[in-house]
Design a protein around this ligand. Structure first.
Ligand code: NAD
Length: 246
């Protein structure tokens, strides 16, 4: 049995499967991840100086000129084969939930239904005072017109619905923890598993499959690791699953 066949068997034997995705699933959509050598965003930008609540409130010019620009650069990407494969797997009842660390909206754009965006999204922004929601393009226009920080009609600051350094994680993360505890299998795709507290999920799951090009600190407890690009790995696994059903 090759690795893809082994992965397909594990998925077939799991009654409830949760997928956890990270920036690596979206590199094939042209969005750089944080840590890949040479291309990772981390090498170009210090996230603490651009994407933290401290910068948002103390230096809004820096936040909206650098951090918000980074957020805008992600929002219009298109899903790739890996996102669509996961949508197909969900429709076929092969996977039950996607928990994503990504803020690029690509699982939703690809048509996946049960998606927990635990680091937020780049579709909307919210007023921190009255909680009115705005589309990100409305806020983009305010920033373009030098309204920094952008303000709501109530006078409150409008911020992106992305989890910044210094923010709490949304409620869906706690729901995700419960789902992973119940699940038979967690499939991690394109994550270095170095960002907490999300990487904690890889420590509490019953069975762990990792589809990732690089190493992760949780490799030691993985039941199977496939070091392939996400789209190729999923395509091969899906092919094996289909031939099992034929
Ligand atoms: P990371 O950058 O720490 O790790 C990405 C991992 O994916 C690396 O281990 C890399 O080897 C692997 N990888 C790269 N291309 C791949 C491919 N085609 N197939 C399989 N594996 C591939 O990313 P992370 O663990 O998600 O943590 C970074 C944090 O940054 C997350 O919290 C996320 O919110 C944020 N982020 C999001 C985006 C996005 O929304 N697309 C992009 C960059 C960063």
């Amino acid at each position: 049995m090759n690795l893809f066949e082994k992965a397909a068997s594990m998925i077939q034997n799991s009654k409830y499967t949760v997928v956890l995705t990270g920036a690596g699933i979206s590199t094939e959509s042209g969005i750089p991840d944080f840590r890949s050598p040479g291309t990772g965003l981390w090498e170009k930008i210090d996230p603490m100086k651009a994407l933290s609540t401290e910068v948002l409130y103390n230096d809004p010019q820096q936040f909206y000129r650098v951090g918000f620009e980074l957020i805008l650069s992600i929002k219009d990407a298109e899903p790739n084969k890996a996102h669509y494969m996961l949508t197909e797997m969900e429709s076929a009842g092969i996977i039950n939930l996607i928990i994503t660390q990504n803020i690029d909206n690509l699982h939703i754009k690809a048509g996946s239904k049960r998606v927990f965006e635990v680091h937020g999204n780049t579709r909307t922004c919210t007023c921190i005072k009255c909680e009115r929601q705005y589309l990100i393009n409305q806020v983009k226009d305010m920033v373009k017109n030098n309204s920094i920080p952008p303000k709501c009609s109530c006078g409150g600051i409008i911020r992106p619905d992305v989890v910044l350094f210094g923010d709490m994680l949304p409620e869906c993360f706690d729901k995700g923890v419960r789902e992973v505890k119940l699940a038979d299998l967690l499939i991690v795709i394109g994550s270095s598993l170095t960002v907490g507290p999300v990487n904690y999920l890889a420590g509490i799951c019953k069975k762990l499959m990792i589809l990732n090009i690089g190493d992760t600190p949780f490799d030691y407890r993985a039941d199977i690791i496939i070091r392939e690009k996400a789209s190729a790995a999923l395509e091969n696994i899906m092919e094996c699953l289909k031939s099992k059903l034929r």
